[in-house]
Each structure stands twice: as C-alpha cells, then as structure tokens.
Write a protein that binds this ligand. Structure first.
Ligand code: SF4
Ligand code: SF4
Length: 272
C-alpha cells in the first residue's frame, strides 16, 4: 500500500510495460496541483529562473549531497499558490509566465544517471494524484505511443518538441552556477518569522518559521577580484541578483498565509 504521507510515492516513472493502458483524460481544473495540497515548491533550472523569479521566491535547497534552485509556491502545505483564483480555479498567470513545472504538470523530466558516466538518460515521470491520469481511459490520450515512447500528442501538449534538448543544456548550466555559488561559499541560511501560531495543528505540523538558503549580500561584497571575475566570466551576475530580488516575493506568500490563518480556513483539504 502506498504511503500517503510521502508525496514521492505518487510520482511514477513512465514505463511502457507498466503504463501501456495509462491515459491522460484532460484537466478538470480540480486545482489539486495549485492549492498547496500536493505541492509547496518545485525545482527550477537557470534559464527559467529569470521569469519565475518575477512571481515567486527562488531560493537554494541544500542537502549533504545536493544543492538546487527551488521556487516556493506557498509557505505551508494546504495554502494555495497566490496566483490561483479560488472561485474559478483559474491560474492568473496561465498565459504569461507560469513556471515550467506548472506548464508540464502532471508530467516532469527526471534524470537517470547511467553506469556509463557520459551517457546520462532522462525519463518522463507523471504524478498519479492528478485526476486527469486514468487507467484504461477510452476517451483519454494513452501516455505511451505505438512505438513504446511518450505519445506524440502528450509530447506536443506538455513536454514540447525541443524540451529535452533545452533541458540538458539548461541543467548543465544550472549545475555550473550552483557549483560556483558553492565553491565561493556565498550561501547563508536565513530564518523568517511567519507570525502568529495557528489555532489548529496541521497534518504536517505547525511551521512558524521558514528556513531558506540564500546568497549573502555581505559575502558578495567581500569577494576578491578573482572571484568577481569568475562570476562575470560565466555571466552569472544576472542570476545572482535575480535570486536576491525574488526574495521580495516572500512578502506575497506571507500575506496569503496570514489571510488563511486569520480566516481559519481548513488548511488540510486533502483529496486522497
Ligand atoms: S491536478 Fe490534474 S486535473 Fe487537477 S487541475 Fe491539476 S492538471 Fe488539472
Ligand atoms: S502559477 Fe498558476 S498553474 Fe502554477 S501553481 Fe500557481 S496557480 Fe497553479
């Protein structure tokens, strides 16, 4: 039985043997992917960060092995993205600069390291929580085409013809940026106070503060000339300041959270 507390267990790697009868029946605007019940954040690659940062905070996520760029949709599970129109279920930024993760949902691309180091493969994954994903749906579009690959219709609708080629280049450039940020030791962890405690205890517990990794302006100013030239040489200064400016969008998320806290809205509208 799947573990309902672990969102990763719902993400399936598309596989011709297992998903020959799986189809996409269309989006019924249930808003599950925007209302904070399934996602609170998404990974971002460097070239998409410039648009995404106009709408959302783009911060650094750090684990022992990994550093990545992450956009924050919301500060707490169950609180919707600020661009979701609750009444209509529409996305306010649908036709402009929706993040890539939104455009291709319920699909995504996952990197699969190969034993041959120079031959990394990529797989399409899908989120089985999306009600548009159906088993044996006669009216839907089968995810796997007759050639055993992602169906051309799904490719056109979601992934785009050149997405994979752009994805590989973009991922390599993103990694270069993250490596430089790490090598120059530019990151600091910052804790933001999120205000009043909630009256109800959430499924995922209360989070009254938010810890994020961001570039330190102080560390930037203290860089020596060689380090500054290194950032210039890779043309990464735009990315550095885009990230820093995007932190203003945290205010927007704090405002939405306060509205939800004050109205005692049911924060836990799980659909499954
Ligand atoms: S979860 Fe699926 S069906 Fe619901 S709004 Fe998102 S894409 Fe549409
Ligand atoms: S930007 Fe639009 S599509 Fe993306 S989570 Fe927000 S409301 Fe949904």
């Amino acid at each position: 039985m799947e573990n309902k507390k672990d969102p990763k267990s719902f993400i399936k790697t598309l596989n011709p043997k297992a998903h020959g009868e799986t189809a996409f029946g269309g989006c019924d605007t249930c808003t599950l992917c925007c209302d904070g019940s399934t996602y609170t954040c998404a990974n971002v690659l460097l070239d998409e960060m410039f648009d995404t940062a106009k709408l959302f905070p783009v911060v650094f996520s750090k684990t022992d092995e990994n550093l990545s760029l992450t956009l924050l949709y919301t500060l707490k599970r169950g609180i919707p993205c600020p661009y979701l129109e609750k009444e209509t279920g529409a996305c306010e930024v649908y036709d402009s600069i929706r993040p890539r993760a939104c455009k291709i949902y319920p699909f995504n691309i996952k990197e699969i390291p190969s034993v041959q180091l120079d031959n990394t493969a990529y797989a399409v994954v899908f989120d089985s929580r999306c009600p548009g994903i159906v088993e044996g749906g006669e009216d839907g579009t089968k995810l796997i085409g007759q050639d055993g690959k992602l169906s051309p219709k799904i490719t056109r609708q979601f992934i785009g013809e050149n997405m994979l080629r752009r994805y590989k280049t973009n991922l390599a450039n993103t990694r270069k940026f993250l490596k430089l940020v790490k090598d120059l030791d530019l990151l600091v962890e910052t804790e933001y106070d999120l205000g009043e405690p909630l009256s109800m205890v959430g499924y995922y517990g209360q989070n009254l503060s938010l810890k994020i990794w961001r570039i330190s302006r102080k560390k930037l100013l203290e860089l020596d000339a060689d380090a500054v030239m290194e950032i210039h040489r890779h043309q990464f200064f735009d990315a550095v300041y885009t990230h820093l400016n995007s932190l203003r969008n945290l205010d927007n998320l704090v405002k939405v959270k306060k509205i939800y806290d004050q109205n005692r809205v049911d924060l836990l509208s799980f659909h499954f």
